[in-house]
Design a protein around this ligand. Structure first.
Ligand code: PMP
Ligand code: G9A
Length: 387
């Protein structure tokens, strides 16, 4: 049988994530700067164990039962308070949906908003699994370059004008404003304001993907979330428990207008009915007991130390002509080598000869048109090599 003859056109647009492919190199003999995995010591495992026991003791009949597609009310109420602390005000639970990680939310964004041929704008480089999620729906993705202050808003406006002039349908701008994946860059307040203004002027949605805003390394808070400044309801805010608790819980959430949330619920019904009820009750209780809030400073401390160690090692060992970012949040450093180097080609040698893995930069560009960068994760590897 030739399965290719049965596959839909959409299936043919799917592309494997290099990050997922590289996970196989997380083995004893390789130092992996590849996958964006949290430090396991940052997981509040003991508290999760206690909370799980309590949840199952007191509300097994609800925690093990089917739940609503929108998610467990207690969790949405806790999230309302959690987001309020960073300036995101939502009217109530009708403005939140609980998803299976924010990765599911990215897929739903694609389902809801992209017709084949529509235009979508992202930062360039951007989170490669967002590209992977959107591509299935056949958009034309335009990457707008960044500098140390985030997306270049002047270039962005030029791109938007051009698409409109050419009669294209532009739907949304996808950004990771704080501790961006893959660069670690945090968008400045000025750029945030300009981005919102542009979205308003050209009537566009903004997808604000914020897994790393809660683990900002500075002493102060990061610049305000776009959602906190969104007076027109055009920002769809995505975040996740993956970096503030544990990715294995597979819990994310979306905050948006009630109308948008209804569409998300409709899409999610046919995908998975709802997110794990048990895990949602656990997360609600972790928030209610302050476990997450107490854990965040600990995570920041672990990551700040590891980031500094990696920056120091890069300073010490990288040859002339290599540059890298100094992330203010998140889990990644973006390193650029001289143009003659193809980091994709070099990866095999890096792994086989030196026992080191990283993610080649190419797949983070919508057009895959640069080959001399790499993404280095500093949160997972231990400070000392164990072999
Ligand atoms: N968005 C970004 C920018 C990410 O870096 C990640 C995880 N690496 C995700 C979404 C997905 O995370 P999760 O599904 O675990 O919430
Ligand atoms: O394991 C994954 O696929 C999530 C990690 C994302 C990343 O490395 O950016």
């Amino acid at each position: 049988m030739n399965i290719n003859e049965f596959l839909s056109d959409r299936s043919k647009l799917m592309k494997a994530s290099e990050i997922r492919e590289l996970l196989k190199w997380v083995t004893e003999n390789v130092i992996s700067f590849g996958g964006g995995m949290p430090d396991p010591s940052s997981f509040p495992a003991k508290e999760i164990m206690e909370v799980t026991k309590d949840v199952l003791t007191t509300k097994a009949e609800k925690a093990l039962q089917y739940g609503t597609t929108g998610g467990v009310l207690e969790l949405k109420e806790e999230l309302t308070k959690f987001m309020d602390k960073v300036g995101i005000k939502v009217d109530g639970p009708e403005n939140i949906i609980i998803t299976v990680g924010s990765q599911e939310a990215l897929d739903i964004v694609g389902r809801l908003f992209i017709n084949p041929g529509d235009y979508v704008i992202t930062e360039s480089p951007t989170y490669l699994a967002a590209l992977q999620a959107f591509r299935i729906y056949g958009p034309r993705i335009i990457g707008v370059p960044m500098d140390e202050y985030g997306i270049k808003v002047d270039v962005l406006e030029g791109v938007i004008k051009k698409v409109i002039e050419d009669g294209g349908k532009l739907k949304f701008i996808y950004v990771v404003p704080t501790g961006q994946n893959p660069t670690g860059i945090t968008m400045s307040m000025e750029r945030r304001k300009a981005l919102l203004e542009i979205a308003s002027r050209y009537d566009l949605l903004i997808i604000e993907d914020d897994p790393y805003g809660y683990i900002y390394f500075g002493d102060e808070e990061p610049p305000m979330r776009l959602k906190a400044m969104d007076s027109e309801g055009r920002v769809i805010y995505l975040s996740t428990f993956s970096k503030i608790a544990a990715p294995g819980l597979r819990l994310g959430w979306v905050a948006a207008s009630d109308e948008v949330i209804k569409w998300f619920e409709l899409a999610k019904q046919s995908i998975d009915l709802h997110t794990s009820t048990l895990n949602q009750y656990i997360a609600a209780e972790l928030l209610r007991r302050g476990v997450i809030e107490r854990n965040i400073p600990r995570i920041k401390e672990i990551y700040r130390t590891k980031r500094d160690l990696m920056l120091q090692a890069l300073n010490e060992y990288m040859p002339e002509g290599v540059t890298w970012t100094k992330p203010s949040a998140g889990m990644f450093i973006w390193l650029t080598t001289p143009k003659k180097i193809d980091t994709g080609e070099m990866l095999g040698t890096a792994i086989k000869k030196y026992g080191v893995a990283y993610v080649p930069g190419k797949s983070f560009y919508p057009n895959e048109d640069r080959h001399n960068d790499m993404r280095l994760n500093f949160t997972y590897p231990t400070p000392q090599a164990d072999f």
